[in-house]
Write a protein that binds this ligand. Structure first.
Ligand code: HEC
Length: 250
């Protein structure tokens, strides 16, 4: 009986690498501005990332958990946010005839979804659903590195590999993704004059989507640092008073 158990355990360990060999690559590692305990979201990069998102990704993906006013966090003021929002049309409240007309989005609206519902999104994308991207960086393992690798990971499929109606991507689980390569470089013209290379656009959109997934990141890190400083000071203080109190006893 024990022998059988032993064999099952050993074979399950040894077949593991064989199974995952056909699966996707581990994400490439990159040193983002928000890595490390002192790292924070680079706001200029996040603003450029918003531009990449609105000009490229927003035609297929939504950011349902975000409102335009949240953009204040990455350094925009109300007037700028209104002019970003007004590029998008949103359903107005029904008029006196019960008809719903469109109006331009404003500061207080949620980000406008490109499709009215999931079915419409699927029909436009060969049956695949472009997921909401607000939380995608948190929803995937090693999210920021995964997203960067995915956006840089399009290649011709190896000979004999059938991608069906999809595209070959080394970092997508199963190596086939229904999303056509969205970025090639020079897809946007950055307002701040930064050169829009492929790598730059990718880093910017990943920085933006890291902020949408973890808007509290900076606050969390800075309160963590405050707690550590507090603990260090208290430790020194206790140590000194310990020495003083016990000085005469020995
Ligand atoms: C033409 C429509 C289209 C555009 C434009 C587009 N996507 Fe997608 N995206 C899709 C579809 C469809 C899927 C679902 C893919 C699948 O399930 O195979 C997807 C999936 C994804 C995923 C999830 C991958 C996973 O692990 O499941 C991410 C992340 C993503 N897109 C990011 C982006 C970003 C960032 C941009 C802009 C730079 C972008 N997409 C532009 C259609 C699009």
């Amino acid at each position: 009986m024990k022998i059988i158990f032993f064999i099952i355990i050993i074979t399950s360990f040894t077949t593991q690498p064989l199974l995952s060999a056909t699966d996707s690559l581990k994400p490439m590692q990159y040193n983002f501005s928000f890595n490390g305990i002192f790292g924070g979201i680079d706001k200029n990069s996040a603003q450029r990332g918003l531009q990449v998102f609105t000009e490229v990704c927003a035609s297929c993906h939504g950011l349902n958990h975000l409102a335009y006013r949240n953009l204040e966090d990455i350094g925009y003021n109300k007037t700028q946010i209104n002019s970003i929002a007004k590029q998008f049309l949103i359903d107005d409240i029904p008029d006196e005839n019960g008809e719903i007309k469109k109006r331009n989005a404003i500061y207080s609206d949620k980000f406008v979804n490109p499709y009215p519902n999931e079915e419409a999104a699927k029909v436009s994308n060969n049956g695949a659903y472009p997921p909401d991207l607000t939380l995608i960086v948190k929803a995937r393992k090693d999210g920021a590195n995964y997203l960067r690798s995915l956006l840089l990971g399009y290649e011709d499929a190896p000979n004999g590999f059938d991608v069906g109606e999809g595209y070959y991507n080394k970092y997508m689980p199963g190596n086939v993704i229904a999303m056509p390569q969205p970025l090639y470089g020079e897809d946007v013209e950055y307002q701040d004059g930064t050169v829009p290379t492929l790598e730059q656009e990718v880093i910017d959109v990943v920085t933006f989507l890291t902020w949408t997934a973890m808007p509290e990141l900076e606050k969390r890190k800075s309160s963590g640092i405050k707690v550590i400083i507090f603990l260090v000071i208290m430790t020194i203080f206790f140590f000194l008073s310990y020495r003083k109190i016990w000085k005469d006893v020995k």
